[in-house]
Design a binder for this molecule. Structure first.
Ligand code: ADP
Ligand code: ADP
Length: 221
């Protein structure tokens, strides 16, 4: 469960990127956040991920405040952001280095199998297609078994066919452990297909302008 309570962010240069954001997500809920460029979507995800600090308000994951990057929150960006000097398995395992070796290797193998890349563990990032690299990024975000998964335009750099394939993969993965998900997207159809609820943001300052539940049947139902 994720609580965003009265959250604002003013950047050091004085730009107010977010104002009074309030959202409560149930465990397993999928929220899509849509809105034009500059309305604070990335800022919001950075705050929830612990990569940045709110200027006001509080963010709770399963009741605990998030003040720095934490294994309970996974994040996937538009670009895979894989480390080029590590192979696929080591990229996926980067954030779980503290786990005992057998546990770590078991988790890496399981999550790579789930994204259809069981045979790619010893490949290098440069050998992957765009869609494969993004599947590795999703595997890396899920391997720590986060209770919240954040996705910032995760499919918008991919062609339509690959995008549909990854949307299916994402719903399959979601169904396994049912993390709470926040999906930032420009693609309203993607929001309708994947989300239980959609919020529309507006800029200057970034705020929630509208919110709706999605009543369409979704593939996973
Ligand atoms: P979105 O993801 O919706 O495009 P952002 O969260 O990137 O929006 O940006 C929200 C606002 O904050 C914009 O006005 C942007 O210019 C500003 N902004 C983003 N990052 C910074 C930063 N590091 N310093 C100053 N202003 C920023
Ligand atoms: P896409 O259509 O997604 O751009 P690519 O043409 O990049 O796909 O890749 C097609 C296949 O070729 C993928 O299975 C990928 O793993 C493999 N591949 C791409 N580049 C390399 C490379 N430099 N070395 C080895 N395999 C590669």
């Amino acid at each position: 469960m994720l609580t965003i309570d009265g959250v604002g962010r003013v950047y050091p240069n004085g730009t107010r990127a977010l104002e009074r954001i309030g959202l409560t997500l149930e465990a397993g809920e999928i929220l899509a956040v849509v809105g034009g460029s500059g309305c604070g979507k990335s800022t919001l995800l950075r705050l929830v991920s612990g990569l940045d600090r709110a200027s006001e308000g509080r963010i709770l994951v399963d009741g605990a405040a998030i003040a720095e990057p934490h294994p309970a929150v996974g994040i996937v960006f538009q670009e895979p952001r894989l480390l080029p000097w590590l192979d696929v398995a080591d990229n996926v395992g980067f954030g779980i280095a503290h786990l005992p070796r057998a546990e770590r290797e078991g988790r890496i193998a399981a999550v790579l199998a789930k994204v259809g890349l069981a045979d790619y563990a010893r490949r290098w990032p440069r050998e992957l297609s765009g869609g494969q690299a993004q599947r590795v990024a999703i595997a890396r975000a899920l391997v720590a078994r986060p209770s919240v998964l954040l996705l910032d335009e995760p499919f918008s750099a991919l062609d339509a066919f690959t995008r549909a394939d990854l949307q299916d993969h994402l719903l399959d993965l979601w169904a396994e452990s049912r993390p709470t998900m926040v999906l930032v997207t420009h693609d309203i159809e993607e929001a309708l297909v994947l989300a239980d609820r959609i919020v529309v943001m507006q800029p200057k300052p970034g705020r929630i302008a509208a919110e709706t539940r999605v009543a369409l049947p979704r593939p996973r139902d």
